[in-house]
Unconditional design. Sequence first.
Length: 102
Amino acid sequence: MNLSQEQWWEQYQNDTNAVILDVRTEEEVEEKSIPNAINIDIYKGQEFLDELEKLDKNKNYYVYCKAGGRSNQACLLMGQIGFENTFNLLGGITEWEGPVNE
């Protein structure tokens, strides 16, 4: 499900079962990231899927990337392997105005 910046952050803050997932590269994460996010790089292909399989599928995943494309793809992939609740951050970290690690 695609959520606007405001919806995504508000819903995350009120979700006791939430996990933030950053699907960008390590280099991108080092530049700027959302606090408490898990990083699994979608460009790693099979390794990305292997890492997803280690996650708890009963949690709610708030997924982001740079602009929203990779995270949308990640949400679709996660849905195919059994994750029920994934939320894509529209606009990605490029449009993010919430807290960051820099």
